[in-house]
Design a protein around this ligand. Structure first.
Ligand SMILES: *Cc1c(COP(=O)(O)O)cnc(C)c1O
Length: 379
């Protein structure tokens, strides 16, 4: 089986050399903006590209305010603080995710609760959240509490796995019922659409990543988006050392962060964002070729749900079992076609092993079967 897949992928990418999982493509104004940025000497914490990038991200995500920061992980960390996550609070998220999602909770001295994902979206399952809260949730005056621990559940953080949006309407309904704010981990889903609207505008706050492996890169970077202008202002304040506005005095009214995105990264980001429609179209074409090929081979290629449009950031197939997956990983990687298994579930990691969780039937199923295949833009 692997041999035919390897040949097909080599044909798609028109090479017999090493084929990575996902690499950036610089097809627009990248060099021009970087040169301009260097010539201006404003390469660091302030400059016109930061403002330009924030304005363009606000427009692109159809939100009210976008704040650029150093990376997606710090965006998540601050997003949780913005919705009021405090020490010893709990945050609901999925165990099937990249470690940064769970780490962002720990950075706020809060505790993750890992709930199951849906099989179709591979993201946090609204019914798993509802089931958990029906068993353990208790609404008090200032929010929802976990009856089994006595702690406040102060946020719910779904992650749009590989750019496939979670069932947002259903999740919003559950979280409203239990008075829990949503923070979208949209690190992987820039450009993905749910019922006509871009991801990153559904929760109280959302976070994007512009790391080198994402669909659009700033070298390293992140963005916080929100439709709440007060939270947007506060995001800027907290990520720029929480300095009270004054012409010359340094007065910081709380502990903020030095998380601002440098202007030179924002210059790269501006150029990259100009190409996103080209990237999305190119990736969708590759996804369609993969779909046709894998259908013929009797292998399940993971596709978007009808009411959504995925960005197809990382493409994935679902194999029949773990043994088949392991063999496929071995054969492809030893033939210079890079493939990777989906992440190990968070509660298998030492720092999260004692966290509260549900049965994780779907997450365990996917953990054993999902493999990412080369997904880069094809020139
Ligand atoms: C990439 C990613 C992040 C972190 O982004 P960085 O910019 O690398 O810090 C967070 N969550 C998920 C799900 C990611 O894929």
């Amino acid at each position: 089986m692997s041999k035919k897949v390897i040949n097909f992928i080599q044909d798609c990418f028109k090479t017999k050399e090493f084929i990575p999982l996902h690499v950036p493509s610089f097809i627009g104004n990248e060099k021009k903006y970087l040169e301009n940025c260097i010539d201006s000497t404003f390469v660091s914490s302030i400059g016109k590209y930061v403002d330009l990038f924030e304005n363009r991200m606000t427009a692109y995500t159809q939100t009210s305010k976008a704040v650029a920061v150093v990376n997606g992980t710090s965006a998540l960390q601050v997003s949780l603080r913005l919705v009021g996550v405090k020490k010893d609070d709990e945050v609901i998220t999925q165990a099937l995710t990249f470690v940064a999602t769970a780490n962002a909770i720990i950075y706020n001295n809060a505790i993750p609760i890992f709930l199951d994902v849906d099989l179709d979206t591979m993201g946090l399952s609204p019914s798993a959240v509802d089931n958990f809260l029906n068993e353990f949730g208790e609404i008090r005056e200032d929010g929802c509490y976990n009856k089994s621990t006595g702690r406040k559940i102060s946020a719910c953080m779904p992650m749009h796995t590989f750019g496939f949006p979670v069932h947002l309407d259903e999740l919003i309904t559950v979280c409203k019922k239990w008075n829990i704010p949503i923070v979208e981990d949209a690190a992987e889903s820039l450009g993905s659409i749910y019922k006509g609207k871009k991801t990153g505008g559904f929760g109280e706050v959302a976070s994007f990543s512009f790391n080198g492996n994402k669909i659009v890169t700033s070298g390293g970077g992140g963005v916080i988006t929100t439709n709440n202008l007060d939270l947007g202002k506060r995001a800027k304040f907290l990520t720029t050392t929480a300095k009270d506005p004054h012409p010359y005095e340094y007065y910081h009214s709380e502990s903020g962060y030095n998380f601002r995105m440098p202007n030179i990264n924002a210059a790269l980001a501006c150029a990259q964002l100009e190409s996103i429609e080209v990237f999305l179209k190119n990736k969708r074409a590759l996804a369609n070729s993969y779909k046709t090929f894998f259908d013929k081979e009797g292998i399940k290629f993971r596709q978007e749900n009808p009411e959504t449009k995925a960005n197809y950031w990382l493409m994935a197939i679902e194999l029949n079992n773990k043994a088949e997956r392991d063999l496929f990983l071995k054969e492809t990687n030893s033939s210079s076609v890079m493939t990777r298994p989906i992440w190990q579930l968070m509660f298998r990691l030492p720092m999260f092993k004692n966290c509260q969780r549900d049965s994780q039937d779907n997450a365990r199923f996917l953990e054993e079967r999902i493999v990412n295949i080369p997904s880069s833009y094809i020139k």
